[in-house]
Structure formats: structure tokens, C-alpha cells
Design a protein. Structure first.
Length: 403
């Protein structure tokens, strides 16, 4: 059976109007809600995706942050940004790594993560929040998995619609958003093509989806194995490869096409991430904020556990060479793995149910906490030594009742 063309693939990505209706009306709980800049942000929902077949209670506050419960009456010094591993997808509100840290440190840790974001969308969410009254002194910027590549897509939905049927329910997201594109050798920041609720209905039009995405090179690289290779813009893709200093597309066999598209999209994504990290560090410097970059990638982790080089090594190398403060969770897992006599799959089941389980978030929080304690000035109340014994518990007890 002949494969469909890239143009036809895009036409088929048009969204049913009823899906947009539910997403915008918010007449029932939805995982995401519309955002004019980054496409969507967290909603309140009860997804059936938790530990042991449970439903997870995932709710948001008025500012779009995940609901916090611990020490929220205390001043907040730490804001966290990133994708679903920052948000804590597949666990309930009190089971995120931020809440575990808040419990241990005795102060709130805000969670502005959102599933599906790329590095750039997390950056845009960060600068908007950090310019608002919700800003904090310490910024934790989490980079996960293929966040690198999502930064450069105009609309991630086009890469997901065939394999994720649940996108047509309460989990609809991945609509158009602000993004980066490479033009004339420089990364250019681009705004959301559909920045109003009314304009979002253009996603229901097959011809609009074709017109808006036919020259999106990152979307082409993601779906290269699903469409007729002859329908891809190989001239521009190979020019991109030359610009990035990597091999171009090989279309002799499906295997070669898949491998070469994967290598090119990673090179494109890693280049974008380096630029976004520069922007993030400069923003924090200008606004007198401290930055901590956090890394975790399940693909890289599996490679490390199997004794192979990690595919994203260029990112920790860049952070090290450029003097960023960063925390890499991947080698922490590798060290932990070596203390067991388990297969890779059995080890991963200790902490992952797709995303982190509650146990995974707990492990991550306590792996990160020493870095945070050494970073914060002054140290958290639970690490102030003898001085902490003089606390009067004001703000720690309900209604400020005396201890």
C-alpha cells in the first residue's frame, strides 16, 4: 500500500470542531486550558493514568501553577519550569517532587511545569511568570527528553494525532504555540500563529493545517517515516543538515531514513536548546535571579544503563563548558542501578509508570535536595543548624496558633 504524502498527512491532522469546543468552553474538567502565548497551560482534571490503575488528582491554581499545599503561607523562593516531569504527570498534587521537597525544606516550591512543553515554551512561561508578582529568586529550569525538538515545532499536535487518540478527549493539547525557527543561520523567536480562542478553530480546516505546517522542518523530521519520502522537502532538510554539520537525509531504505531523520532532528533540537539556555541565563542575570538547570532523559538513561554512550551528551558537555549550575539526574540513576541486581526494565519499574511514579518523584526530590540546600541563601529552615531551634513557628501552624 503506497504511503500518503506529507501534504495529505497534514490535511488529516485537522482537529474535529467538537474537540475545540470542549477545550475552549471548559464546561467539563480538561487537562489543559487555552493560553494565547504557549498554546495551553495546566487545567484541573482527574486522568486515569496513575499508580496501580488509580485516577490522579491534578489541579491548578488561578495563575496556572500546579496546586501546592505545603507551607504556602511562607514566602516562595523557588519556581520550577519544564514539561510533564516538572508538572508531575501521572501523580496526584501532593506526590510531585516539588511537594516532597517543600515538606523536607520547610518552604514552598512552586510548580509551573506543563506536559508537552519544549525547552522554548518552558522559557516563555518562565519569563512571563518571573516578570510578575509570582516571580522568585531561584529558578529551576528542567530539560527532559525530546523537549529540545519540541521547541522548534509550530504545532506539536501534527506529530501526535495518529498515535494518541486520547488527544480528542479531555487531554487535548499540543496546539499552536510560540516557538523557535532557524533562519539565515540564526534562531528567531516566533509567536503563536493562533493566539486567540476564535483563531484556534482554524485547526479544524485541513487546508489551514497544510498551509501552516508544510514548511515546518521539525514536523517533517518527526513524521518522515510515516509519509512518502519523495514528498518531504529534502533540499531544505539537507541544507539544514549542512548548516548544523551533520549528515543529510538518507532515503535508500526506511531504516536509513528513520535513523538519519532522528540524527538531524536531534542536532537541530540541541542547537536550539543551547540558544534557549543562553537566553534563560541572560534573563536571570538581568533580573537578579539564580538559575539551576536540571536534566533527565529516559532515552539517555536507558543507554547509560545498557553501557552505551548517551545520545544527548552534547547538552551536559555544553553546560559544563559554559559554567552553568546544573544537576543531571541520569548518572544518579546509573549509580543507583549499580547497587541492585536487576534487569534494566525491573529497575525502571521501581520509579517509572511512564512518567515518574510517586516513588520516582520522591527519589528525584531527595537526589536534588543537597544541590538546592547548598544553592539557597540563606539555607532552608531545616538546614540552619542551631539557629533553627529558635523558630517561633509563626506561619507554620494553622491560624498561627502558638506551639
Amino acid at each position: 500500500m503506497p504511503m500518503i504524502s506529507y501534504s495529505e498527512y497534514l490535511r488529516q491532522s485537522a482537529v474535529p470542531k467538537a474537540v475545540i469546543d470542549v477545550f475552549l468552553a471548559q464546561t467539563q474538567p480538561t487537562w489543559a486550558q487555552f493560553d494565547p502565548e504557549v498554546g495551553y497551560r495546566l487545567g484541573s482534571c482527574l486522568p486515569h493514568d496513575g499508580l496501580d490503575g488509580s485516577w490522579t488528582l491534578s489541579s491548578c491554581q488561578a495563575n496556572g501553577a500546579r496546586t501546592s499545599h505545603l507551607y504556602t503561607q511562607q514566602p516562595c523562593r523557588i519556581n520550577t519550569y519544564g514539561n510533564s516531569f516538572t508538572q508531575g504527570h501521572q501523580v496526584s498534587d501532593g506526590e510531585t517532587w516539588q511537594e516532597y521537597l517543600a515538606a523536607h525544606l520547610g518552604e514552598p516550591v512552586r510548580n509551573f511545569g506543563m506536559g508537552g512543553y519544549g525547552v522554548y515554551q518552558a522559557y516563555r512561561r518562565m519569563i512571563r511568570t518571573e516578570r510578575s508578582p509570582d516571580g522568585a529568586k531561584y529558578v529551576v529550569f528542567y530539560v527532559w527528553g525530546d523537549d529540545h525538538c519540541r521547541s522548534i515545532m509550530r504545532c506539536r499536535y501534527a506529530t501526535l494525532y495518529q498515535g494518541w487518540p486520547h488527544l480528542h478527549g479531555a487531554m487535548f493539547h499540543a496546539n499552536f504555540w510560540a516557538h523557535l525557527e532557524l533562519a539565515s543561520g540564526e534562531f528567531v523567536e516566533k509567536e503563536n500563529l493562533l493566539p486567540t480562542p476564535e483563531s484556534l478553530y482554524r485547526m479544524t480546516d485541513p487546508e489551514f493545517m497544510l498551509h501552516a505546517l508544510r514548511d515546518d522542518l521539525m514536523v517533517q523530521l518527526y513524521v518522515a517515516g510515516l509519509v512518502d519520502p519523495a514528498s518531504l522537502d529534502r533540499e531544505r532538510l539537507n541544507a539544514l543538515a549542512d548548516q548544523l554539520g551533520v549528515p543529510g537525509l538518507e532515503t535508500d531504505t526506511p531504516e536509513k531514513l528513520t535513523k538519519s531523520a532522528y540524527q538531524l532532528r536531534n542536532a537541530y533540537g540541541f542547537a536550539a536548546t543551547r540558544r534557549i539556555l543562553e537566553l534563560t541565563r541572560e534573563f536571570c542575570r538581568q533580573h537578579d535571579k539564580e538559575l539551576l538547570v536540571v536534566l533527565l532523559c529516559p532515552t539517555a538513561l536507558r543507554e547509560l544503563l545498557s553501557g552505551k554512550p548517551r545520545y544527548d551528551q552534547v547538552i551536559p558537555d555544553y553546560l559544563e563548558q559554559q559554567g552553568y549550575r546544573y544537576f543531571d539526574m541520569n548518572p544518579v540513576h546509573l549509580s543507583d542501578y549499580r547497587s541492585f541486581n536487576l534487569s534494566t526494565e525491573d529497575y525502571l519499574k521501581r520509579y517509572f509508570i511512564g512518567h515518574y511514579s510517586p516513588a520516582g518523584n520522591h527519589f528525584f526530590a531527595y537526589a536534588l535536595k543537597d544541590t538546592l540546600v547548598q544553592w539557597l541563601n540563606p539555607r532552608p529552615i531545616t538546614y540552619c543548624g542551631e539557629e533553627s531551634r529558635r523558630v517561633d513557628f509563626k506561619g507554620y501552624l494553622p491560624d498561627n496558633k502558638p506551639a
